[in-house]
Ligand binder design. Structure first.
Ligand code: ADP
Length: 507
């Protein structure tokens, strides 16, 4: 990479970025990664970078990307069928979008990672190895696109082998690996490693081996020139045993190349003054109008029509991480107050879904649970609720608290990861210096959540403008992508200027 005949930019500002992710809005979304991969590339291209986004050609992504053209066809080792690179014909500014089309791997409907019963697809290792190998081909300008990036920005385990494979090349672009959630690692057994015909030298504890398993995420964590994660607090937390899943030692070792950059949110999509999904648009100067959305939401969901009730909301994956069990535990107690209501939207573990549905059944008119994925309803919940619950046990960044702040829906959060970085607890000192934006608690357990919910109820019922002041302060915070995108540009420069040593180099 340091050769004078390198085709890649060195010592000056990177100009071309290949941004690789397994999902991106508006093409396909299962979680926050899609929000980021949908917003960060356009924000980077607004900084005058030539950015190309690459993701698998899932049927849903193809449908949303049409019209597409085939720009090249490749042979990739390990797959018998030819792999096509499709490009979205409609180019948004500088941003090109490529879809990797290999029907036997990606041409199946439904969730990109799991089958209809929620189990990971049995061939995920093969699918995402193919994805990584194709990205490497593009990165090395071997795909016939006549283009090579200065930087390849990889995201989460599905792209983890890219830095590992590129590190084996003598002339290569710089690599960045962003951790959106360390708990998803892409681990497979040794026979899968052998079957994938990955370079032998990668099978080592210094490489992608992790407790005798192939770990895709280690490919990124070990080999990328620079690592980032989606909030400064999470960047610290993952270096500890509590949040590191056994990878804390490695992350600590690489901490001089690990940066936390807070995610932004897309203010074109999440803006209460222009949002076409909600009944009544409003902003911080017309906060009163938010009530219209509350009444409309109560009506839509069959809740009691009561403007004075304090309506709590929660949206997201129903998994242990999100602390849904804590909400289930406190629900009977908070429902004793008939001036309190709750709406929950999401899907996930069957047992949590069932427990929530049962709890809602016990409190008709006061509690509603919607199982499923509904982007438009998510907007109406953000606009219609007064308060948003996020008792996550860990939260790399979290987006819903940012949407909530924007919509004047006061967040209640556990002090972890991005939640700690974005919500300021209401207490005497933050009231005095007018910095409070929500309610924060310190222990992820039902008692702490209940205490904090009660704190919010008490504050909501105070006469005067207290609540409005708290909520509108949140609305005025700036979580746009602009500053985060320039932060990433700084990281790209550091990665280009400081290539990492390959720990498993054979020569
Ligand atoms: P994670 O990526 O861990 O799921 P984030 O808070 O980072 O959590 O992002 C989740 C994103 O997915 C947010 O945009 C959230 O609104 C959205 N989301 C999750 N579940 C649902 C759902 N059931 N309906 C609509 N949107 C959802």
């Amino acid at each position: 990479m340091t050769s004078s005949s390198s085709i890649y930019t060195q010592g000056s500002s990177p100009k071309r970025v290949l941004f690789a992710a397994s999902e991106a809005l508006p093409l396909i979304k299962t979680g926050g990664l899609a929000d980021v991969a949908g917003s960060l590339p356009p924000a980077l291209s607004a900084l005058d970078l030539d950015v190309r986004l690459v993701l698998p050609a899932y049927p849903e992504a193809v449908e949303h990307a049409i019209p597409l053209k085939t720009v090249t066809t490749l042979r990739i080792s390990g797959v018998s069928e030819p792999v096509r690179i499709l490009e979205q014909e409609q180019i948004d500014g500088n941003l090109h979008v490529y879809l990797i089309d290999a029907p036997s791997m990606f041409g199946r409907p439904g969730n990109p990672y799991t089958d209809a019963s929620g189990r990971p697809w049995g061939d995920n290792a093969q699918r995402f190895t193919l994805f990584c190998r194709t990205i490497v081909c593009i990165a090395l300008d071997q795909a016939g696109l006549g283009w090579h990036p200065d930087v390849v920005h990889c995201n989460d385990w599905q792209t983890g082998l890219v830095p590992a494979l590129l590190a084996q090349e003598w002339d290569r672009p710089a690599t960045i690996f962003t951790i959106h959630n360390l708990s998803y690692q892409g681990t497979f057994d040794l026979s899968t490693f052998v079957q994938l015909q990955l370079p032998d030298q990668l099978w080592s504890p210094e490489g992608v081996e992790f407790h005798n398993q192939l770990s895709f995420i280690k490919g990124g964590l070990v080999f990328a020139d620079w690592l980032s994660t989606v909030s400064p607090t999470y960047a610290e937390e993952i270096r500890t045993a509590e949040f590191g899943y056994g990878l804390e030692g490695l992350l600590d070792h690489r901490s001089d190349r690990l940066t936390g950059v807070l995610n932004g949110i897309d203010y074109q999509i999440w803006n209460p003054s222009t949002d076409s999904n909600i009944t009544q648009n409003y902003d911080a100067t017309s906060f009163d109008l938010k009530q219209v959305n509350k009444l409309a939401l109560q009506q839509e969901l069959g809740l009691n029509q009561d403007q004075e009730a304090l309506l709590f909301g929660n949206i997201g994956r129903m998994v242990e991480q999100k602390g849904i069990d804590m909400i289930i535990e406190i629900l009977p107690q908070i429902m004793q107050n008939e001036k309190v209501q709750i709406v929950i939207l999401g899907s996930g573990e069957e047992q949590l879904e069932q427990a929530l549905l049962k709890a809602a059944e016990d409190h008709p008119g006061q509690a509603v649970v919607k199982i499923g994925y509904d982007e438009e309803l998510a907007h109406r919940i953000e606009a219609g609720c007064d308060c948003f619950l996020m008792p996550s046990r860990f939260e790399p960044c979290g987006l819903n608290q940012l949407f909530s702040l924007r919509y004047g829906t006061v967040p209640i959060v556990n002090r972890t990861g991005g939640l700690a970085d974005t919500v300021t607890d209401l207490n005497p000192s933050s009231m005095l210096d007018e910095s409070a934006t929500g309610f924060v608690f310190d222990n992820p357990d039902a008692n702490s959540l209940l205490d904090t919910v009660n704190r919010a109820i008490e504050f909501y019922q105070r006469p005067g403008m207290w609540w409005e002041k708290l909520a509108t302060r949140g609305m005025l915070q700036d979580f746009s992508w602009d500053s985060s995108a320039s932060h990433y540009l700084d990281i790209y420069r550091m990665a280009v200027d400081n290539p990492a040593k390959n720990p498993v180099a054979t020569t």
